[in-house]
Design a protein. Structure first.
Length: 161
């Protein structure tokens, strides 16, 4: 990422803005009907999270989230146009942390590639949603994952997007 973009984001955060990102929640249904979601590790801290990134000029947010899922996790599939929620986190950039709100779109995984852009920088893992919730640090993301794993399931995940 360019230093100019980081400086602009830092200035926006200093003025009180919460920056916006988009993320995908890849999921699949196993033959036994159980639901799994995919988490990936971040490049620098190796913490588990969702594939996510900055909004993209000329792309709708759900399409940008689908692109991030392919680049960061090697997952292709159908992404919902409607978000299932959002979560907040503090992103480390060059000289500081900035506040970021991630809008999350469910992605019904159709294919998981063995080769993808960031395969040498990240690990990925399919997990039951409640197990995935134990591995993430962000409380609102934990809640989204628990909702996906609830007995009734999250309606956005139960039906194809």
């Amino acid at each position: 990422m360019s230093d100019d973009k980081n400086r602009r984001r830092e200035r926006a955060a200093q003025s009180g803005a919460i920056l916006q990102q988009v993320g995908a929640l890849p999921y699949r249904t196993n033959k036994d009907g159980s639901l799994e979601v995919m988490l990936i590790t971040s490049r620098e801290t190796k913490r588990f999270t969702l594939p996510k990134g900055w909004r993209m000029k000329g792309k709708s947010d759900h399409k940008a989230a689908r692109i991030e899922a392919m680049e960061e996790a090697g997952v292709e599939g159908k992404i919902a146009r409607k978000s299932i929620g959002s979560y907040f986190y503090w992103k480390r950039i060059d000289r500081c942390f900035i506040p970021v709100r991630v809008t999350v779109y469910p992605l019904q995984a159709k294919r998981t590639r063995s080769r993808w852009k960031e395969r040498h920088q990240r690990l990925r893992k399919w997990l039951q949603p409640n197990d995935a919730a134990l591995l993430v640090d962000e409380p609102e993301l934990m809640t989204l994952l628990h909702q996906a794993g609830s007995d009734s399931g999250h309606p956005s995940l139960a039906a194809p997007p």
